[in-house]
Design a binder for this molecule. Structure first.
Ligand code: COA
Length: 138
């Protein structure tokens, strides 16, 4: 299930500690949601950068957590990124390292990031240094 309801999501203003201040409307081309436009339950975003991609802005509404929405969004994002040609999916997280580890993501040093990712604002300026940098081969 991939439903695009970004404006609705933005109006609902999830209060979560993720890096979003660099997001512009073009980024929302690669956002996936679960739920419906009238009742969004969760979102995840992707930046596709050739053979690598960055997963970002994963968030599930508090009352829906623990029901599988987060894992389903990550699985959907992985399939989407793969279809677009990405072979490695990266992410930064300060809040959910063990969640992603259970889904097959490994923590790697930031200095090993591919150039496409290093040049992104989320990587270089927005997410704090203490954020775990993780990758999964698709
Ligand atoms: C992380 C998040 C997306 C998970 O969504 P969810 O719909 O609750 O996840 P699921 O129902 O698919 O999976 C639940 C499992 O993940 C675990 N989990 C949930 N949030 C977690 C977290 N922050 N860290 C570690 N494990 C977490 C639960 O304990 C549960 O474990 P179980 O399967 O053993 O019971 C959600 O908690 C959230 O929106 N958090 C706030 C935003 C955030 O931190 N986003 C990540 C930014 S990179």
């Amino acid at each position: 299930m991939s439903i695009r309801y970004f404006a609705v999501w933005r109006k609902r203003a999830f209060i979560i500690p993720i890096c979003t201040s660099d997001l512009e409307s073009r980024h929302f081309d690669n956002f996936l949601g679960c739920g419906t436009p009238e009742g969004p339950r969760g979102v995840v975003g992707l930046e596709i950068l050739g053979s690598v991609a960055l997963l970002r802005s994963l968030a599930v509404a508090e009352e829906t957590r623990g029901l599988g929405c987060g894992k389903a969004l990550v699985a959907e994002a992985e399939n989407y990124a793969k279809d677009k040609g990405a072979r490695e999916l990266y992410l930064l997280t300060t809040t959910a390292e063990s969640f992603f580890a259970r889904l097959g993501y490994s923590r790697v040093e930031r200095k090993t990031a591919p150039d496409q990712i290093k040049h992104m604002n989320e990587f270089s300026a927005l997410c704090p240094d203490r954020a775990a940098f993780m990758v999964k081969k698709l």
